[in-house]
Design a protein around this ligand. Sequence first.
Ligand code: DHB
Length: 311
Amino acid sequence: MAVDLSLQWLGLSMASPLYNASGVMCRTRDELDAVAGSAAGAVMTKSCTLVAREGNPEPRYRATALGSINSMGLPNEGYQYYFDYAQAFDYRKPLFVSIAGMTLEDNLYMLAALRDLRLPCLPEVNLSCPNLPGKPQLAYDFAATAEALAAFCQVYPGPFGVKLPPYFDPVHFAQMAALLNRFDSLRFVTCINSVGNGLLIDLESETTLIKPKGGLGGLGGDYVLPTALANVREFARLMPEKHVIGCGGIKSGAEAFMHILCGATAVQLGTCLQEEGVAAFARIERELADLMAAKGYTTLADFRGRLKTFD
Ligand code: DHB
């Protein structure tokens, strides 16, 4: 049975639903080119700020058997580098540009600059960086998020998306979904960013695995899969007019399938891509296609959002 992994959304065509999570394989041109040249269905850039940043002191990323912890601190080349990349990009696959201004004004400045370039790339505004000492995540402040989204829509007329942190309470899912539903040009939400401010410890040395923030960092990988699935599922249910992009704990065709079953339009690889490199895309696509074939599905639409529950 021929399985078709392609998808069309927001006028974009993707040969595969898999691409890189922002932050992984996307800081430099060489890394972005490697994703572009791989089996990934699209390319995402590293969250950028107005001015280039070195990020937090190392070690700032570590992987374990169950996932990863990071407190990178937004190391990036500055927005102009990524906008230049977007201008030179061939658009044989979609390009998403992640924006993470240090202030609302910085985000508006970058969105206005991107608007003026009139490129076919789409912005994913990051409302959920957990790793800046002393700076809380915008997306855990609902009033500030509403104000920011209203300002984004004033400045940027085109379709855009946001990267959300995980939420952990049904009331918060409902409140955030109601808020996001007020903005028509907000067309996609990516769920989830890392589970913020976890702590992993090396037992032998009795030391934190990473240096910044006393060892606190964002968790990815197996640690976060159930939280990611719940966020994808709830936001997909509560925002039927928007696309939800799944991210969190995908390391084989099985987790990719589960995210799509929960309603994800497409899915991103974070920890797995960091650990395995771009070969992960072709491997997981093969596994997803094999799983679909075994289940008798030929397209992603055959099972997307069709999660069964007991009630
Ligand atoms: C960083 C981490 C994130 O989870 C994020 O959304 C943005 C930046 C970082 O530490 O670089």
